[in-house]
Design a protein around this ligand. Structure first.
Ligand SMILES: [Zn+2]
Length: 929
């Protein structure tokens, strides 16, 4: 028999089936760089409207983790879709460079060389920090670029660039001049490990087991043995106690103890005072069975009591008085709260109101100061046991128990925090109605998902004044002078202008290095002032980024989008909002999109101790960045995102489907000549239908991209590739593509539409898998159309012709697909019986009482669509017909044809044929000879 294989046009392309992304992706990064892709893209876009995505700066310390990858890939998908939607995208990647973690690293480095921090010159230390941050910016830049993040990596921003630092100083001084910045003495969340105040955003709440204690404060100015009972979960604050608070809303009662309870330090005839509602619990807990509840104790009595400190014998010789406070409740404890003015917000307020001594009790490192008898020099973390022991010795401890509660910890050092009153700089939420303004602006922002609005709203409603000072070295200095006489900050616009101009000239280190008169104007004597040596909260730095990245660069409009993890409602979204509302009277962004966190497949956080960390670099090495990006695109990012190697394997299968779709088109478009193109009117019904589908899908893809529904976009594209194309259109058209004459209208029509599909697919997929689309596009450019643009990433989304919408055709094809489903059902039965292998060897009989099925077969070639040899509609059915269970209107019979089987195209014909091949094949062969 003749070998016909050479007469068949099998697909051929250099775009390989196997991707090998881990290697090839690096070449595309080089390709984009060598071709100045981003510069070209920006130049081609500058006539369009701007779209500003302002990058929230990651911290310049350490290799990228999945959270970074997720965030930057989402941003990249947004930017790419906006470029493709004919917008001029402004996206400048940034880094947050000041702050504690870097400072620690450098301290550690010096410590290893035997130097303590106070032995190092501040300038040298800051220089080391700066270099350390720079080196991580460079490394992370490299790693982001490897993820396919499209940007001009030579144009970035950092919070430590001189222009940024000076801008930050300018913003701070605006707060000083407006009166919103004030120097306050207040309890703040204090880390004794980091020796600094922490911002709300730097605090995480974790379960902690503390000691809860009930303590007696003996009343000294009456003749009975009477005590006030307090309850606390921070025994270390007892040596800092100055008073007791009660509530005017509660009823207090005296209780007479009628037995000795030595272990509880309670004796027969002792009397204690407790809030009425807590008596029962108290007695139960202390196993006091013999007692008598006596009379009420009214406020006049409480006010007149003078208690002794429970540790009086150790030198705590002062009087303890009782004061009313609204923060006292009867939820737990005794209905009395002991007051350590320096170690709690409410305690501090009670202290201020009633003039309590608030001299320092705990120093910055967590040691009791010299003002505290007996305990001075002891670390508060280690004090609980000692305090409990001493209280017991003094017979004033009733009980101590382990107490499990949610307690603030430093998110960096993980150490538990304490409240400690210190002098700090605060931005007032009330002075110029900053809180009201921020709340008003929150309502003008589009929050995605919408539920995130309430989150930030409740945070802003409840937040305290913003503590912006830190007692550290690596950051932007608080460039303010304090008058020695008045202890008040110097607010003078001329001085501020001079400070700014000097720092602009020399850099902000000059603040630490130069003397007072270098910055002060002639009006002032330098010896009258002290330079503040605290630095700014890094959240003030990044909260001002909209100024030095956007406004300072002449961008007058608000950022269109901020896009970060949901933890930034507490962090960057909020600090940016406050900074901008205070100084510019509006929010810095139009919309804010938040995403969840990356967790493992069991829903657990990734952690070293669980050993479940997956790094972006692991995924890139094993699968390639495009698979990682597909994972991001296919996940619902509004929730936490699960990742595992199993799920990545499944995604690799989806990737192969998409890749093979591209490959099928490339292979079958070989030797494409634009003259082959068939006009829309001239296309067969199938091609028209596919164009109709393409039109609809193109709209859906763009709409979902626009609404940030990336996982839906991805599903639409994937299902289009696998169902509409591979399993349908391509399957049907293989015969025409491989066996028809190159001049045949059917093959030319098919290729006309394949070209449309390819162009759409590339633009749909480019934001998600930029490496693969580039590879496919370059094959296209070299094998099919040399006149294409340099890169697929310069393409725009397509606006397809409206004449492609074919509503009636869609209805017809619905009928055809119903027949196809019924046929597949019957065919599957035969395949199982193994009496039929291929549809090409059968004739299909269709029976239906409904005319519409027969009607569609007039315009649409049903045999071709089902990929069978013959079709016949019959008026009657016999017992060999299968009723299709899902649509009983249709019955199908499949009959094997024993006739002529064409050796070239494998179609079977019941009529006899005298030639070696079927007529079609015969013509094609003769034509090429
Ligand atoms: Zn044939």
């Amino acid at each position: 028999m003749t070998d016909f294989s050479k007469t068949i046009k099998l697909p051929s392309t250099k775009f390989s089936m196997k991707a090998n992304l881990a290697e090839t992706e690096n070449n595309w990064i080089k390709f984009w760089k060598n071709n100045n892709l981003y510069k070209n893209l920006k130049e081609e876009s500058n006539k369009f409207e701007k779209f500003i995505l302002h990058d929230g700066p990651p911290y310049a310390n350490g290799n990228l983790h999945m959270g970074h990858a997720l965030n930057k890939i989402l941003k990249d998908i947004v930017c790419r879709t906006k470029f493709q939607s004919s917008l001029d995208v402004n996206y400048i990647p940034g880094w947050d460079c000041h702050g504690l973690p870097i400072e620690w690293n450098i301290e550690e480095k010096f410590r290893k060389s035997g130097k303590k921090k106070n032995e190092i010159d501040l300038g040298v230390f800051r220089k080391e920090c700066r270099e350390f941050a720079s080196s991580w910016v460079e490394k992370q830049k490299e790693q982001f670029s490897r993820l396919g993040i499209q940007s001009d990596w030579s144009t970035i921003y950092t919070t430590m660039t001189r222009s940024s630092e000076v801008s930050i100083v300018k913003e701070l001084l605006k707060f000083l001049e407006s009166g919103e910045l004030y120097l306050g003495f207040k309890p703040v969340m204090w880390s004794v490990v980091e020796k600094t105040a922490l911002a709300e955003a730097e605090v995480e709440y974790k379960e902690k087991i503390s000691k809860s204690i009930f303590v007696k404060f003996p009343v000294q100015n009456i003749s009975e043995d009477l005590s006030i009972i307090i309850w606390t979960t921070t025994p270390w604050t007892i040596p800092c106690n100055r008073a007791i608070a009660y509530s005017r809303q509660l009823k207090y009662k005296k209780i007479l103890i009628l037995n000795d309870y030595d272990q509880k330090n309670l004796k027969k005839n002792d009397k204690v005072i407790i809030s009425e509602n807590l008596i029962e619990n108290f007695l139960l807990q202390h196993k006091v069975e013999k007692y008598k509840i006596l009379e009420d104790v009214n406020e006049d009595e409480l006010k007149n009591f003078i208690c002794s400190h429970p540790l009086k014998k150790l030198g705590f010789n002062f009087e303890i008085r009782l004061f009313p406070s609204n923060h006292v409740t009867d939820e737990t404890g005794s209905g009395f709260v002991h007051i350590a003015p320096n170690h709690g917000v409410e305690d501090f307020e009670v202290g201020l109101k009633f003039g309590l001594d608030n001299s320092e009790t705990v120093d910055d490192g967590g040691l009791y100061s010299n003002n505290v008898p007996f305990f001075k020099g002891i670390h508060v973390y280690k004090a609980d046991e000692e305090v409990i022991q001493q209280l017991n010795k003094s017979k004033n401890l009733l009980s101590d128990e382990d107490y499990n509660h949610s307690y603030p910890h430093s998110w960096r050092s993980k150490a538990p925090l304490i409240f400690r009153a210190t002098s700090q700089w605060f931005i007032s939420m009330e002075k110029n109605k900053l809180r009201d303004k921020a709340i008003q602006e929150i309502n003008n922002v589009k929050w995605i998902p919408a539920s995130s609005k309430n989150r930030i709203l409740s945070m802003v409603k409840e937040r305290p004044d913003w503590c912006v000072s830190r007692q550290r070295s690596w950051g932007v200095p608080i460039t303010i002078f304090i008058s020695k006489k008045s202890n008040q900050p110097l607010i003078d616009k001329e001085v501020n202008a001079k400070i700014i101009s000097k720092l602009d000239e020399l850099g902000i280190d000059a603040w630490f290095e130069k003397p007072n008169d270098f910055f002060l104007t002639n009006k002032y004597k330098s010896e009258d002032f002290i330079k503040v040596d605290s630095i700014l909260d890094v959240w003030f730095d990044s909260g001002s980024s909209h100024v030095f990245v956007l406004k300072d660069q002449g961008l007058t409009k608000k950022a269109d989008l901020y896009l970060e993890g949901s933890d930034q409602h507490r962090g960057w979204f909020q600090t940016s909002l406050l900074e901008s509302c205070a100084i510019y009277k509006e929010s810095p962004y139009k919309s804010v999109l938040t995403h969840g966190f990356v967790i493992d497949d069991k829903g657990r956080k990734m952690s070293k101790s669980l050993g479940n960390i997956i790094l972006p670099s692991d995924i890139i090495k094993k699968y390639g960045a495009d698979i990682l990006r597909m994972w991001v695109a296919s996940s619902n990012f509004t929730e936490d995102l699960k990742i595992s190697f199993e799920s990545l394997n499944r995604l690799s299968d989806s990737y192969r489907k998409i890749r093979n779709t591209l490959r099928f088109i490339l292979g079958n478009m070989k030797d494409w000549d634009p003259r082959e193109k068939v006009s829309h009117e001239g296309l067969p019904e199938l091609e028209k239908y596919i164009r109709h589908k393409l039109y609809k899908t193109n709209n859906e893809v763009q709409k979902n991209y626009d609404e940030f529904n990336f996982h839906k976009t991805f599903q639409i594209i994937l299902s289009f590739c696998s169902q509409d194309l591979s399993a349908f259109f391509f399957d049907i058209r293989k015969d025409s593509l491989y066996c028809d004459s190159i001049n045949s209208i059917s093959r030319r029509s098919c290729r006309t539409v394949l070209k449309d599909i390819f162009q759409c697919l590339i633009t749909w997929l480019a934001p998600i898998i930029p490496f693969t689309t580039e590879e496919a596009f370059q094959s296209w450019k070299s094998e099919i159309n040399k006149t294409e643009k340099i890169s697929c990433h310069l393409l725009k989304f397509l606006d397809l012709p409206k004449i492609w919408i074919e509503k009636t055709l869609e209805n017809d094809w619905e009928k055809v697909l119903e027949i196809r489903d019924a046929f597949s059902y019957s065919m599957e039965k035969h395949r199982q019986k193994k009496d039929i292998k291929s549809g090409l060897e059968v004739k299909v009989y269709i029976f239906s009482k409904e005319e519409s099925y027969k009607k569609v077969s007039k315009n649409i070639d049903l045999a071709e669509t089902l990929i069978v040899s013959e079709i016949e509609f019959v008026e009657n059915k016999d017992k060999d017909f299968d009723v299709f269970p899902e649509n009983e209107k249709l019955s199908i019979k499949i009959k094997k044809i024993t006739g002529f089987k064409c050796p070239r195209c494998w179609k079977t014909f019941s009529s006899s044929i005298t030639k070696e091949t079927c007529y079609r094949c015969d013509e094609v062969i003769n034509e090429s000879n």
